[in-house]
Design a binder for this molecule. Structure first.
Ligand SMILES: [Fe+2]
Length: 188
């Protein structure tokens, strides 16, 4: 598989792990919106889904999507709307974080968290099963060279850590960019 696509797949696994690990806390919050510990864990997990690695991941996916649009590939609706979906997810996540951090949880907000996570997982699955295989099939070396020029580097997530705890994955991710928690935005 193309190494850039592998990197994108790996990031999806990482985010899926975060979502799986927050599942019990979301369920606790659904059972009791006043559960402060569950709220704390959910907010923390949501924050870990909104950072530079996430923005860079979407940026890179959109580079690939743009090249795919230049080919004769039959473009699936999911692929056409990738950039809009990325923006919409970011707005929803920002809203949830602001609301949950500011006024605490409620039945309505917890429902929105659940919906956000389900929609996000569907989005990743669509990319894994439709978008990435299309890119693998249709993009030539020339397309990948153009992508390469603008590809942003992210801290590499150790695949081994994906089977372990999210905390370990985050530590490894942070170790990859010791200067700050922000990944280096350098062209490879
Ligand atoms: Fe993605």
């Amino acid at each position: 598989m193309n190494p850039h696509l592998e990197e994108l797949y790996r990031y999806h696994k990482y985010v899926s792990t975060i979502i799986s690990e927050m599942e019990p806390s979301v369920a606790d919050l659904e059972a009791d919106p006043n559960d402060d510990m569950a709220l704390y864990k959910v907010v923390n997990a949501l924050y870990s889904m909104r950072n530079d690695a996430e923005f860079v991941h979407h940026f890179n996916e959109e580079l690939i999507r743009n090249e795919l649009m230049r080919t004769d590939a039959p473009i699936h609706r999911n692929v056409e709307q990738i950039a809009e979906e990325h923006q919409a997810f970011d707005k929803r996540l920002l809203y949830l974080l602001t609301a949950l951090s500011g006024r605490g949880s409620s039945v309505e907000l917890t429902t929105q968290v659940r919906s956000y996570l389900e929609n996000y997982q569907d989005h990743m699955q669509g990319e894994d099963t439709i978008f990435f295989p299309m890119a693998e099939k249709w993009l030539s070396d020339e397309h990948w060279q153009r992508i390469e020029k603008e590809w942003l580097a992210t801290p590499t997530l150790d695949p081994a850590s994906l089977d372990g705890s999210v905390a370990a994955a985050r530590r490894r991710s942070a170790d990859a960019s010791p200067a700050s928690d922000k990944p280096e935005h350098t062209n490879k």
